[in-house]
Design a binder for this molecule. Structure first.
Ligand code: SAM
Length: 287
């Protein structure tokens, strides 16, 4: 039998600002960990990687449908120093921003430099493309590249990514082959059924209500196969009904994104697992 690993905290911070990033959830996930003994870790919606980077997970398998993002992590794993040097040579200005955005990339390293620069200097740090797949977030003008270039932040993320299997693919593909004993953390975009009517998949990262249904079905199946599946999602009752039988941790937070700043967000972490694992988690949370 594969020995079960103890998951430890590590202080590696994300280098990308990512919409829906879950740094705030790390302390709560940390509380659950003593109840879990994962044999492997899968995170199919990796985004800015807050949860992956915060812990030393065994045999990590990471995925995201965003190819630029996965190319960036692959390149950071191979050669963070070249990326750091190239970023340090780029002034932060609207003109350079447009040039970086419009210059075609011919390697993963080019793509990493481009994504890190645009992510750092764009308005709100969001990743958005138009129908032609062109990045179309405006320049923000209020950032420096210092946190990436004056520190060892890129190297530390590169080391963490070097230990992982990375794939630019749909979550269903990443989760194929999940083994009993795995911990699976899923953080999709939060979509509600009413959004389906005017849903258009302009961006590869868009997530429809049917994607939510597909994810819920896979999550239930994995839990019956002895994986422990954690899903961050809206606490909306229609979303909650997709995860019947889950242990639900609820959170109320204030939105910080520009269009809804200050409004209350009701979010949840749904935990699907076998009865013994759920019992261990409950005991841990009540301790
Ligand atoms: C809310 S973000 C994840 C944020 C991440 N947990 C963090 O802390 O930064 C959701 C991610 O799902 C990705 N995504 C959207 N649809 C997907 C799909 N069908 N399969 C895999 N990834 C997808 C997006 O590209 C995005 O990076």
């Amino acid at each position: 039998m594969t020995p079960q690993s103890v998951v430890a905290r590590r202080s590696v911070s994300p280098v990308l600002r990512w919409a829906g990033g879950k740094r705030w959830l790390v302390p709560r996930i940390s509380e659950l960990l003593p109840a879990l003994r994962p044999t492997e870790y899968l995170e199919p919606f990796i985004g800015g990687a807050s949860v992956y980077l915060a812990f030393t997970w065994p045999s990590p398998v990471l995925g995201d449908v965003n190819e630029e993002l996965i190319a960036t992590y692959r390149s950071l794993a191979r050669d963070p120093e070249t990326i750091r040097t190239r970023l340090a040579a780029l002034p932060v200005s609207a003109a350079v921003y447009s040039e970086v955005r419009d210059t075609p990339c011919s390697s993963d390293c080019d793509r990493a430099v481009r994504l890190l620069y645009l992510n750092r200097c764009s308005y709100g740090g969001i990743y958005r493309t138009n129908r032609q797949g062109t990045f179309n977030v405006p320049y923000s003008g209020d950032r420096s590249l210092g946190p990436l270039t004056d520190t060892d932040a890129l190297r530390r993320v590169g080391e963490a990514m070097n230990n992982a299997t990375l794939g630019a693919r749909d979550f269903e593909h990443t989760l194929r082959g999940t083994k009993p004993g795995a911990v699976v953390y899923c953080d999709p975009a939060y979509t509600l059924p009413e959004e389906e009517g005017h849903f258009r998949r302009y961006s590869p990262s868009a997530f429809s209500w049917s994607d939510q249904l597909r994810l819920a079905e896979i999550a239930h199946t994995l839990a019956t196969e002895e994986a422990c599946v954690l899903i961050s999602n809206s606490a909306d009752p229609r979303v909650a009904s997709l995860f019947r039988g889950a242990l639900v941790l609820s959170f109320e937070r204030r939105a910080f994104f520009p269009r809804a700043r200050g409004t209350r967000l009701h979010e949840a972490l749904y935990v699907l697992a076998d009865r013994n694992t759920l019992r261990r988690i409950r005991r841990r949370l009540n301790a």
